[in-house]
Structure formats: C-alpha cells, structure tokens
Design a protein around this ligand. Structure first.
Ligand code: NAP
Length: 288
C-alpha cells in the first residue's frame, strides 16, 4: 500500500478562500493584533507569515513587536488596550515569551472573546464541554484538513500521541467532539505501539523525529503527522522531518507530509478563528 499524501496547501487555500469570503461579508475588515516580545528570529518569522496571510485574506492585521526587556505590567497594559479596542477582533501573543514573563498569566489576560489562539481557560473549558468557542489553531487545522480530504472521523478509533495544551489535548477534544473514540498517549503510556496500532486515525504531536515506525501503525490507518523537527544529516545539512517515519507510507492509507502537511493549516485556522471572533463578537461573548 502507498498512502495518499494529504498535502496542506490545497486544503489551506480552500480554508483561506472561505475565510476571505466571510471577512468580506462583515461590515468592516476583521482586526487581528499580533503581539510578540523579544528578538527570537523564529517568532519574528512566524509573526511575519501570519501578518502577510492575514492581509492577503482581507483582514486588518497589526504587529506589536515589543523589546525583550518589556515588563509583565507593560505587556498586560497593552493587552488591556487591545481587549478594549472595538476594531480588534482577535489577539495573538506569540509564544514562547522571554522567561521573565509569566506566559500563563499573559494568556489569561486576553479577552476570551478575542482569544484566537484558543488558549484562555474559558475557551479550553468550552472545548472540553463540547460547546462552540475559539479552538487552538493547529488541531483546528487538522480537522479542516481531514474534512477537506473527506476523511470520516465519527465512529472511528482515534489515537493522539502528545498531550500538550497547544496540540495534543485540544486535538483529542476536537476528535471526541466529532464522535471519534479517542485515546490520548504520552511519555508515561506503556507500550505506545499497542495504542497506536489500535487507531484507525492516528495524530502524532510528540516532537520526536520518526517516533512512529511502520510496525506501530494499523494497516490502512489515516496518519496525521503534526511534528516539525529540525535534524542535521550526516553531511551537516539541516532539514525538517516529522514524528512519523516515511516508511509508514507503505502501511497507512493516507499520510500528511512534513513539511507541507499540517503546517499550512495552522495559519489558515488562525485567520478563520479571527473571522469567527469578529462574527461572534457582534452576538454573545464566548465566556461572560
Ligand atoms: P510539547 O509541548 O513538547 O509536547 C510533546 C508531547 O509529546 C508531550 O505530551 C509528551 O509527553 C509527548 N511525547 C514526547 N515524546 C514522547 C514519546 N516518546 N512517547 C509518547 N509521547 C511522547 O510539543 P507540542 O508543542 O505539542 O508540539 C509537538 C510537535 O508538533 C513539535 O514537533 C512541534 O514543532 C510540532 N508543532 C507543529 C505545528 C504545526 O503547525 N504543524 C504547530 C505546533 C507544534 P509528556 O506530556 O508525557 O511529556
């Protein structure tokens, strides 16, 4: 068997087009505030990419690039201003923050109705309660990718490897909400292969290159590789690889490539969340 490759680009393009159309239907362009602190080049590059995509989709995006020495009080003050700004519909604080800042407190300071990363405890609670809220972008992107390729979720046995707040846990919640039967695995899971072999739908977000090998995959399973790992080969060249060994393509029925699979979906889901926040803010707040 050679797995169908689930490329992210066409699915992301479809989601971006639908998002741009929803944005055009609003009375004013949805506003997105992108906040980053410090000089981390990766964070700067991620924020530039989000800003560019947002503008392409017709959103009004503003980048707030704060210096490394920004204090907690200064950052919370900016967030209070953005929470109060009527033309700002979505606020994203790029992680990681410099170590002197309390990231959990910063994420709690974002108005849940504008929390387009879906990390505020109110939105986490809404998600696990099976109610609509703002959902973390990478798992939301995975669900959109599966929908784009017509891959059914309801009634399937699903396994998620990784339990982070950003990917694994919300991924499990979304699959559960879509009526899959979900197992959530982590480092303390005894016999990981026994769990993954049960899964008809396997989502891996562990940050471990090639953790999942062909003998750990049920023949015909759909495998979503969220992992992005920078590895250096024998010649000293760096390249990106996923958490799933490429030979899994010989066992699975469908597999996301790395790079080019889940990656493009994350930004598209962020912009969809921003438009959803703009639509919803004209109705009831997410968490009064
Ligand atoms: P993280 O916070 O480090 O969490 C990793 C999770 O994987 C933890 O729950 C950990 O278990 C589990 N894990 C690690 N090694 C394992 C093993 N050998 N067996 C079983 N479980 C194991 O990472 P993250 O933020 O969720 O990101 C995961 C990966 O996704 C990374 O490669 C990241 O770069 C990538 N990512 C990609 C996108 C995208 O847009 N495509 C977005 C976000 C993240 P414990 O809890 O027991 O420690």
């Amino acid at each position: 068997m050679t797995a169908q490759l689930l490329a992210g680009a066409p699915a992301a393009a479809a989601l971006l087009a639908a998002t741009a159309e929803r944005a055009r239907a609003l009375s004013r362009p949805p506003g997105l505030a992108l906040v980053r602190v410090g000089d981390d080049p990766a964070s700067a590059s991620y924020v530039r990419g989000k800003d560019r995509r947002a503008r392409e989709a017709g959103l009004r995006s503003t980048v707030y690039a704060l210096p490394e020495e920004t204090s907690q009080t200064e950052l919370l003050s900016l967030l209070a201003d953005l929470n109060a700004a009527p033309d700002v519909d979505g606020i994203l604080v790029q992680l990681p923050l410099p170590p002197h800042l309390d990231a959990a407190a910063v994420l709690r300071a974002v108005d849940p109705a504008k929390d387009v990363d879906g990390f505020h405890p109110c939105n986490v609670g809404e998600l696990w309660s099976g109610r609509p809220g703002l959902t973390p972008c990478t798992p939301a992107g995975v669900m959109a990718l599966l929908a784009h390729y017509g891959i059914p979720v309801a009634g399937r046995r699903a396994a998620v490897v990784g339990r982070s707040l950003i990917v694994g846990r919300p991924m499990a919640a979304l699959l559960l909400a879509a009526d899959a039967t979900v197992t959530l695995a982590h480092r303390q899971t005894p016999d990981l292969g026994a769990v993954t072999r049960e899964a008809e739908l396997l989502v891996v977000a562990a940050g471990q290159p090639h953790l999942i090998t062909p003998e750990m995959v049920r023949p015909g399973a759909v495998v979503v590789d969220v992992g992005i790992n920078r590895v250096v080969d024998g010649s000293g060249a760096a390249h990106l690889t996923g958490d799933v060994h490429p030979a899994v393509a010989g066992v699975a029925s469908a597999l996301t490539p790395v790079p080019g699979g889940v990656g493009p979906m994350t930004v598209a889901a962020l912009l969809a969340n921003t438009v959803a926040a703009a639509e919803r803010r004209s109705a009831l707040p997410v968490c009064p």
